[in-house]
Design a binder for this molecule. Structure first.
Ligand code: WQD
Length: 340
């Protein structure tokens, strides 16, 4: 199938482009490189031996989208493009609603105009807010606690309403838990701008000596060792989940909501220990105060993905930390290290 991947130069986007090309699909990317690097797509081409056409620009640019849709007959769209930092969304809510909600509406309008009827959307477990229990399944109440989570929730509603109004339009909404790790080649991986917000890239930068020590945000949570528990999922598993979703869309018209997680919880200190054994590098840390907005435990009930997509995560914690270290140690400056 011919697929448009928005945000295809990003962390999850590049890994999904690799999975799509490996599965025999053709890929066109649109990306504004605000949180990604053109070199990442060159790396995808090196891994797969196939070329990718990339249009630089914003998904909210209707004229650009219409031009792209006029040049290709897409069978579907995978929509990653958007802003994704919780803290930043609290400071800049209007930017998040513009980049995530308005742009997604523009994309859907252009899809309908071009008779492209299949959409896979990158949502997030953040839409659940602080769950009343774990594991979390897709029927849980939605209570996002920040503009980023609310923007994802709004787009989910827009997609579901569009599927009702346009019976040929189908959407699969994928709620990610915590994507981590990197492609085994070590050529693509997570390359955050500035100080990493997320745990794994921060640990990676401590392990390679780029940062002094990790601050563990709280060790007084009601968990096994007092630190936060999350459902970390290997980015290659996540990418393969997108391919499965796309391939299932034709057989499952309408709108579907699916958690993409492993169903297992891992604590911060368990992650530190796993990273130290995989990298054979120390990861010094200090216990710091809890981070506002953090929940104690968040992990998925992953049964629906298995029953509806025939997909489940197969890579374990060791794969996650070893692949992250392979990427980090080979690319200490991310894609910036490459000659333009
Ligand atoms: C994981 C655990 C922290 C950093 C966020 C977004 C979510 C999704 C994934 C986009 C928590 C602890 C972290 C650090 C720490 N992103 N931690 N020190 O908060 O579960 O989810 O990223 O879709 O939307 O909310 O991930 O990696 O930030 O934190 O102790 O320097 O690590 O307290 O327990 P989170 P995270």
């Amino acid at each position: 199938m011919q697929i448009l991947v928005t945000g295809g130069a990003g962390y999850i986007g590049t890994h999904t482009c690799v999975a799509l090309l490996y599965a025999g699909h053709q890929v066109v990317v649109i990306d504004n490189f605000s949180n990604s690097h053109p070199q990442a797509l060159k790396r995808v081409e090196a891994i797969t031996g196939q070329s990718i056409t990339c249009f630089e620009g914003d998904v909210g640019d209707k004229a650009l989208l219409q031009r792209i849709f006029s040049q290709y007959e897409f069978d579907g769209v995978i929509h990653f493009a958007g802003s994704k930092a919780v803290g930043e969304s609290v400071e800049k809510p209007l930017m998040y609603y513009c980049n995530n909600v308005t742009a997604s509406q523009t994309l859907i309008e252009c899809m309908l105009e071009a008779d492209v009827q299949a959409l896979v959307f990158s949502s997030s477990a953040t839409v659940y807010g602080d769950p009343h229990t774990v594991p979390i399944d897709e029927s849980f109440p939605l209570a996002p606690t920040n503009p980023y989570g609310r923007s994802k929730y709004m787009v989910e509603l827009i997609m579901q309403d569009t599927c009702v109004a346009f019976e040929r339009f189908s959407a699969i909404i994928l709620r990610y838990f915590n994507p981590v790790g990197a492609h085994p080649s070590g050529l693509i991986g997570e390359d955050p701008n500035g100080i990493p917000n997320n745990l794994m890239p921060f640990i990676a930068q401590v392990a390679c000596g780029k940062r002094e020590q990790l601050s563990v945000f709280g060790n007084d949570y009601p968990t096994t060792d007092g630190t936060g528990v999350r459902d970390y999922i290997h980015v290659c598993d996540l990418a393969e989940g997108h391919v499965a979703a796309l391939e299932q869309l034709a057989a499952n018209p309408g709108s579907h909501i699916i958690n993409l997680g492993t169903g297992q919880g891992v604590s911060v200190l368990e992650m530190v220990k796993a990273y130290e054994s995989a990298s054979e590098q120390p990861v010094p840390y200090r216990i710091a105060p809890r981070r506002p907005g953090d929940v104690a435990k968040c992990y998925a009930n992953a049964n629906r993905a298995k029953s509806l997509l025939g997909w489940q995560a197969t890579r374990d914690l060791t794969d996650m930390v070893a692949s992250s270290w392979h990427w980090q140690s080979n690319n200490p400056n991310g894609y910036q290290g490459d000659k333009e």
